[in-house]
Design a protein around this ligand. Structure first.
Ligand SMILES: Nc1ncnc2c1ncn2[C@@H]1O[C@H](COP(=O)(O)OP(=O)(O)OP(=O)(O)O)[C@@H](O)[C@H]1O
Ligand SMILES: [Mg+2]
Length: 266
């Protein structure tokens, strides 16, 4: 599928509705709702403590929200059996700032881990992946420029290479939604640009929805289609990246510029 065809096929890939999560008296998320289309690259911005990581954890099921729901495309019949939960989980891939990979496994084995949702549990446990899975994993490593590092242990790869392996794993998983939580936080400017190029590439060419949290406004404006700004657990900005101007920046980052979350102590 070429880029134009992918753009034409855009549908809602992810719908987050009324997501609310409190830790004690503190509301980390307060009624967060938004849709993301397949093929759309959303940058999630917001000051430290705004709720970005909590939002990702609630979307993936790593944290249980107090209220709200997550819907993926065509999942009206979302069941609650173990098999269906496993099936749902593999549709969303996560790339974290660190702790992305199993350090003692090779790059290739880490990418194959993306196929675990597709093989019976006992085969995954025994690491008995099919030939087709192995070829797919190698193709994904090639896609991120690391075919030559397939046999290298993950903990000996550079930070940027580790992020690339995590992206290859998401590709191998054939995820429809990729959540990247500060994937460039510990990388130099050149490696950061490379990772964001890659994420934008899989977004456009594979029609994957990407939500990427960042602290660098200039990178969000350069790479994203749309910017969502979160402050104190609420969406205070949701605009096309080109419209993220000085006014939007101060709404998001200037203390007191937004409505205070009433459940939080002043
Ligand atoms: N497990 C937890 N227990 C208690 N409070 C938590 C927990 N996880 C998050 N919080 C609180 O929820 C709020 C949102 O945290 P979160 O990590 O989502 O912010 P963030 O936007 O990802 O920040 P950063 O940009 O620094 O990564 C913070 O006030 C944080 O202290
Ligand atoms: Mg965070």
């Amino acid at each position: 599928m070429n880029i134009r065809e992918a753009a034409q096929e855009r549908t809602t890939a992810l719908r987050v509705s009324g997501m609310t999560k409190a830790f004690g008296p503190r509301r980390a998320l307060d009624g967060v709702s938004f849709d993301v289309d397949s093929g759309e690259f959303v940058a999630l911005l917001g000051p430290s403590g705004a709720g970005k990581t909590t939002l990702f954890r609630c979307i993936t099921g790593l944290a249980r929200p107090d209220r709200g729901s997550v819907q993926l495309a065509n999942d009206e019949n979302r069941g609650e059996t173990r098999g269906s939960r496993r099936c749902e989980r593999r549709r969303v891939a996560v790339v974290f700032q660190q702790f992305n990979l199993i350090s003692r496994l090779t790059a290739l084995q880490n990418v194959l881990a993306g196929r675990l949702g597709f093989v019976p549990v006992w085969r995954g446990f025994l690491r008995c992946f099919s030939r087709a899975d192995r070829i797919l994993a190698l193709e994904c490593l090639d896609r991120v420029g690391l075919l030559g590092h397939a046999g290298q242990r993950a903990d000996t790869l550079s930070g940027g290479q580790q992020q690339r392996v995590a992206i290859a794993r998401a590709l191998a998983q054939r995820a429809e939604v990729v959540l990247a939580d500060e994937p460039v936080a510990s990388l130099d400017p050149q490696a950061s640009a490379g990772i964001l190029e890659l994420l934008r590439g899989i977004c456009q060419e594979n029609n994957v929805a990407v939500i990427c949290s960042l602290h660098q406004v200039h990178l969000a404006r350069e790479y994203a289609d749309r910017i969502i700004g979160l402050d104190q657990g609420r969406i205070v900005v949701d605009v096309p990246a080109a419209a993220f101007d000085g006014g939007a920046i101060s709404r998001l980052y200037q203390p007191g510029a937004t409505v205070k979350n009433s459940s939080k102590p002043d």
